[in-house]
Design a protein around this ligand. Sequence first.
Ligand SMILES: Cc1cc2nc3c(=O)[nH]c(=O)nc-3n(C[C@H](O)[C@H](O)[C@H](O)COP(=O)(O)OP(=O)(O)OC[C@H]3O[C@@H](n4cnc5c(N)ncnc54)[C@H](O)[C@@H]3O)c2cc1C
Length: 390
Amino acid sequence: MGIAVVQRRRRLATSSTPVHAHAPTGQPGLAWDGWREFKVVQRSFEDPARTQCSFHLQPLDGHALPAFRPGQFLTISLDVANGTTDARTITRCYSLSDGPDPARYRLTVKRVPAPHDLPEVLPGLSSNHLHDHVRVGDVLRAKAPSGRFYIDPDESVPAVLVGGGIGITPMMSMLSWCLANQPRREVRLYYGLRNGDEHAFKARLEELAASHPALSLHVVYSRPAPTDVQGRDYQHVGHVDVELLRRTLPHGRHQFYVCGPPAMMQSLVPALAAWGVPVADIRYEAFGPASVKLPGAQAAPVAGDAGVEVRFQRSGRTLSWDGRDASLLDFAERHGIVVESGCRSGGCGSCQTRVLEGSVRYEHEPDHDVAPGHCLLCVGQPEASVVLEA
Ligand SMILES: Cc1cc2nc3c(=O)[nH]c(=O)nc-3n(C[C@H](O)[C@H](O)[C@H](O)COP(=O)(O)OP(=O)(O)OC[C@H]3O[C@@H](n4cnc5c(N)ncnc54)[C@H](O)[C@@H]3O)c2cc1C
């Protein structure tokens, strides 16, 4: 089972204006309900270490794909069999890593190893399955693009895209879309990574920077290898932090889009707010466990252990909520209750469960539109005793 941690993704502000994607071929199609089948038509590694692999997907039904908002993700379902576990179906989210195209989607997946301190634990199920077993010609199931982390289509506002590690994927989508549709919009990409071995999309980014004067590229290596050359492979040493942004950004309003590992999210997002960037101009998404706290943000009170009971009706279990878990999903998993989940951040709706009695609270309103009478386990906590259908 996946790691029992909570990921939080908070939208500070988004635009409700739909993106008008001028895709290169045909007309964009309509979004779909439920699962749709896609054939993998191409696979390619994006980094020299071959830990980040792109999968190009074409719909089996041959119909045009909807023009998603650049920054959104796909929820995919995979049947995985792992040496020590029986075959099972898992759900995960992956950002679309290229601009909208009615003919195909691209996802880029980083292989996730077992944690260094827990070698007995299995490596990441989905990412390793995709890398090791999913080949050209194979079929994957995906839900329609979703998520509220996407670029504001107002081209008068310069965009500052900050991607850390595999957090570069939504930035590639935003960047491709901006350069194709808003070539005069100022876009700055800050890409933080360890060294040249992990440098994904290098040739593509350099080509885009060379051909688009409105794009400025800042590649930041934290631990350059002896073979990496500053000025050729990367521009800065260290991390993408407010100091670097202060030094390199011109004065004026910018909209910041941040996606990266927990350390980046937890330091950079509050630092931007502390620097004076209005919260409406800071948008972020975490792929992993990242609980971002902004100055002045009010933490929702957590139900303690004062007699709060959680009943999982289908599983026939009634358990005491002791406040140790960040979410009902973590709580269920800790007690061996199997529930479906995907993004673990309130975005994909995979863990949506009917609330039969009582109510569930959220620290931040989930991005996914929760159906009436239901809750999202991955970001929910019981308000008082509650009966859930799961
Ligand atoms: C909106 C969104 C967009 C995303 N976009 C991308 C993207 O573009 N590219 C990308 O690569 N990823 C992306 N992700 C992350 C992706 O969804 C998966 O979380 C990631 O691939 C890991 O999934 P996995 O199944 O491989 O690992 P999991 O099986 O979920 O395991 C994760 C980690 O937990 C460890 N673990 C497992 N069991 C235990 C245990 N009992 N105790 C301790 N540790 C344990 C595993 O070894 C592994 O290190 C995105 C996530 C979200 C929410």
